[in-house]
Design a protein around this ligand. Sequence first.
Ligand code: SAM
Length: 398
Amino acid sequence: MKKSAILITCPKGLAPYLKDEVAGLGLPVIEESVSGVQTEGSLGDAMRLNLFLRTGHRVLLLLEDFRSEDAEGLYSGLVKINWEDYIPEDGYLCVTAHVENPSISDSRFANLRCKDAIVDRIRDKRGRRPDSGPLRDRTVVFLYWKGSRCSIYLDTSGEPLSKRGYRKIPGEAPMQETLAAALVMASGFEGSGNFLNPHFRNPHFINPMCGSGTLAIEAALLALKKAPGLLRSNFGFMHLKGFDRGLWEGLRTEAKKASEKTFKGRIIATDINPEAVSASKQNAKTAGIERLIEFAVCDYQDTPVPDAGEGENKGVIMLNPEYGMRMGRIKELEETYKGIGDFFKHKCMGYSGYIFTGNPELAKKVGLRAKRRIPFFNSNIECRLLEYELYLGSRSGK
Ligand SMILES: C[S@@+](CC[C@H](N)C(=O)[O-])C[C@H]1O[C@@H](n2cnc3c(N)ncnc32)[C@H](O)[C@@H]1O
């Protein structure tokens, strides 16, 4: 299979995690930007990336690169591409675009010219044309046009990979699955806990204030080394001409073999809201990992924390409290953040504690010294994953 450039996009701030994942899959990291990683490979490699990546959003396979100053140049460059070999004439096409060109004031116009060129070419060669529209559940083409440089990609993901398919009930303020996966990775949680092995790392993952369960579910998937793409039945590449189903089934079998049935740590997810816990349970069930997560309805302070006390590396305890942009709630939340600090000090010794928040003023109320402040973005809000080392005798734990 022919190799070409592959651009993998990700939410702002996740590129360092994505880069590690790409390298872990044996592909070269050619370039890293704030919201993407560039590698190269075949369509088969793109399929693999779609299956295994936890922090990537869209896997874009470069089809053609050309220069164009205006919409006419765009059309004539696009109509030369042999679209009839990629897109079925009886299929459905969606074009997405990022345009920064002085001749184009509305990117929808570039989008339209791109779609016109593709369907005109297919009609000319095959006698009929695919339908087109905004749905991303079939063939998706992405146009990146900056200055005079046009790059045309096949979006092999279709729907973004953050849509794993397990979160049927989103709950209040859910975080994106890709962000949750990166937060779990940043904590170093591996789920490879083995109490007989002195080198075990972070066997337990405790998630009070679990909301819709995203952090706990991503932790369970990671602990089992289960490829998130196994949860999805539809990707953009499946709607390209000549889709190699045998190759795809082979990749799925490889992924299933690589995943483990169980692990030795515990994953505990709790929330004060019974509806959130029941949504989490349902989401975990859809993800096929509900047997690995112990759920409970309780105040975060009453969350069971196994083996807390003497020693280190008992596990990770991670909370994503509200960070209240609404006035009036702030006083209440100050108490909550202070309470989390007390909970960490009194009930979570031996753990690494984490708070994910977008409000630095509230974070100060925790009253513990953060060992690390790892930057992230939740949509456009700048956030931090604050890490507290809760070891007896350590500075932060005293
Ligand atoms: C920002 S949401 C968490 C969202 C979650 N990360 C997700 O992806 O769905 C905060 C959660 O904290 C819960 N919560 C608020 N106060 C609580 C308390 N005192 N004890 C336990 N949970 C609480 C809320 O019910 C809500 O589900």
